[in-house]
Design a protein around this ligand. Structure first.
Ligand code: ARG
Length: 467
């Protein structure tokens, strides 16, 4: 039975671990977050022991009650942790044993912390994801709402950050929405792959007891049970994949934030970010700084760091449990905490943003944005594109030296270019409508894209299949 002040495994040891060794190995401070999952997984295990005839029904009930009570004590902060508790699994087992004596000592039959921890963590992560999924969907929906309102709002599209061709604001916002929907899809696929119970895998080789891993998986709401006990306790690809998906999501959120920041600067004034998502300056009384978007932009680095950290830990690690694997948790917890902070803040920032069509339209009036349309009009008139490109390019260069623009061409000059009706092409609304192809910037395409995105949001994927 467990003695206070000594680890659960102290039987074959003649002395306790050195203080600094115990301090290095202790994961309780962070893995205590797994307590609710550890209680549920332990109860599933107790029921498995009962079904195997290894616990009498009354014993199983007493163990279940004790597990629930310990779980409540931990949740309320009343639980008396022992300094020798290495991790949440040891602490809970010790708590049960403290309550039940000899009966508590039966709990760990046929299981190991190796299958326990990975089952707990899969459950925890799937539950964390379902909350994050709602926030991600909220953000995407707010982009769709703005896009619908601004399906016809023209703005300059840029390449290299410089004026390129006219687009609609709706189209640009949906570019962000498509990327985020792919993230959603990635996570939903991840959830399906992660919904696999490891309980019954034991330390690495299952057990000689008549435990039924499929029944445990069903009890816990997993879609499947492990197929190979060594794989079940050794791999952390579900954690690595979650971090990778989060890192990609982080870059997408960062790029959305970067666009909002660029558009909200004083030079453009294309969007007003709500005061509730800004902060003031401690020195300059006039400032209203867009800190929320800046922090979202910056958090991508942290999320990318976590996938690198765990990948480096797993790299070259032979199969079978190694204590190295304990390092999977902190990156995951911080990743989830970061997304929990970032997603609602950015969703709120986007929801309350007010786009300003007038300055966008003024900027879309830059005649240079229509140079490509002129070249394409010459192609329609029969010129090879390279020749049309050269002709318009030469004209733009000459006008620049004359301090003029395409908007200043006389009727005769349009005729000389070979486009008598060319002046009409310098119109932003016409330019976006001419690009009527699906996937393009036209208002009709924007509305079509919104419908397609709504359908994708409505089809729930692997995320639904998790526990
Ligand atoms: N705290 C450990 C972890 O997070 C639990 C598994 C410990 N297993 C072991 N064989 N030492 O990985």
């Amino acid at each position: 039975m467990s003695e206070p002040g000594r680890p659960l495994w102290s039987g074959r040891f003649s002395k306790p671990p050195a203080r600094e060794a115990a301090a290095l190995g202790r994961s309780l401070d962070f893995d205590v977050r797994l307590a609710p999952q550890d209680v549920r997984v332990s109860i599933a295990h107790v029921l498995g022991l009962r079904d195997a005839g290894l616990l009498a029904p009354e014993e199983a009930e007493a163990l279940e009650r004790a597990l629930l009570a310990v779980g409540e004590e931990i949740a309320d902060g009343r639980f008396a942790f022992d300094p020798a508790d290495e991790d949440v699994h040891s602490a809970i087992e010790r708590g049960v044993t403290r309550r039940l004596g000899d009966l508590g000592a039966k709990l760990h039959a046929g299981r190991s912390r190796n299958d326990l921890v990975v089952t707990d963590l899969r459950l925890w992560l799937l539950e964390a994801w379902s909350g994050l999924e709602d926030e991600l969907v909220r953000l995407i929906r707010s982009l769709l709402a703005h896009a619908r309102e601004h399906a016809e709002t023209v703005m300059p599209g840029t390449t290299h950050g410089l004026a390129a061709q006219p687009v609609t604001l709706g189209h640009h916002l949906l570019a962000h929405a498509w990327a985020l929907v792919r993230d959603l899809d990635r996570f939903r696929g991840w959830a399906g792959r992660t919904s696999v119970s490891a309980l019954g895998a034991g330390a690495l080789a299952t057990s000689t007891l008549a435990l039924e891993p499929a029944a445990a998986a069903r009890r816990l709401g997993f879609e499947d049970r492990f197929a190979n006990s060594i794989d079940a306790v050794s791999d952390r690809d579900f954690a690595q994949e979650f971090l990778a998906d989060a890192a990609i999501l982080g870059t997408h959120l960062s790029r959305l934030a970067a666009d909002l920041l660029r558009w909200s600067d004083e030079a453009r004034g294309w969007v007003d970010l709500d005061e509730a998502y800004a902060t003031g300056s401690s020195m300059m009384p006039h400032k209203r700084n867009p800190d929320v978007a800046e922090l979202v932009r910056a958090k991508a680095g942290r999320l990318a760091g976590h996938v690198v950290a765990l990948s480096s830990t797993l790299h070259g690690l032979p199969l079978g449990y190694h204590r190295d694997l304990q390092e999977d948790k902190e990156p995951l917890f911080d990743c989830v905490d970061t997304l929990r902070a970032v997603l609602p803040a950015l969703a709120g920032c986007v929801e309350t943003a007010r786009f300003r069509p007038a300055p966008m339209r003024r900027a879309a009036g830059d005649p240079a944005l229509y140079a490509t349309d002129l070249a394409e009009a010459l192609v329609l008139a029969g010129l090879p594109f390279r020749e049309a490109h050269r002709r318009v390019g030469g004209l733009v260069a000459r006008l620049e030296t004359e301090g003029r623009s395409l908007a200043d061409l006389s009727r005769a000059e349009w005729e000389e270019l070979g486009l008598p009706e060319g002046a009409a092409l310098l119109d932003p609304d016409g330019a976006v409508r001419r690009r009527g192809v699906a996937g393009g910037p036209s208002p009709a395409s924007v509305l079509g894209q919104i419908e397609a995105l709504e359908r994708l949001l409505a089809t729930r994927g692997g995320g639904d299949r998790g526990p």
